[in-house]
Design a protein around this ligand. Structure first.
Ligand code: HEC
Length: 112
């Protein structure tokens, strides 16, 4: 019995110190969006996400969260591919699904 509870306690401790706890921490969408190492989003879409570098680049502030995430995934995977997509696709390997989700949440909360 004692062995069992020690095992249970060890398991609980090792689960706490393993990866999932780190992932459970909310990623900071604002910091990811502004981080050049994560794709330099601000360079093309503007610090406020509504003053893009080019008139042909989209404003992102206040857009639907689900739509933003889906477009990022589609650009990353190549499912979305038009005359403008190549500009952004080049940096999309720098962000993973969780980071894109955090960025989408942040952008959707901005005033359009
Ligand atoms: C080199 C310029 C550039 C960079 C860097 C860039 N983007 Fe883009 N982004 C674009 C362009 C251009 C489009 C339009 C693509 C198209 O028409 O398919 C776009 C499209 C998008 C869209 C879809 C918008 C819509 O209305 O459909 C989202 C969301 C987005 N970018 C987010 C980001 C995020 C987040 C980052 C940083 C990880 C980023 N972009 C980095 C140029 C860029």
């Amino acid at each position: 019995m004692r062995t069992k509870s020690v095992f249970a306690a060890t398991l609980a401790v090792s689960m706490m110190s393993a990866g999932p706890v780190v992932q459970a921490e909310a990623l900071d969408g604002a910091a990811l969006y502004a981080n050049p190492g994560k794709g330099g989003c601000t360079a093309c879409h503007g610090k406020d996400a509504k003053s893009p570098l080019m008139n042909t680049y989209p404003k992102l502030a206040g857009q639907n969260e689900g739509y933003l995430l889906q477009q990022m995934k589609d650009i990353q995977s190549g499912a979305r591919n038009n005359g403008m997509t190549a500009a952004m696709k080049g940096v999309m390997h720098l962000v993973n699904d969780e980071e894109m989700a955090a960025i989408a949440k942040y952008l959707s909360g901005l005033t359009p």
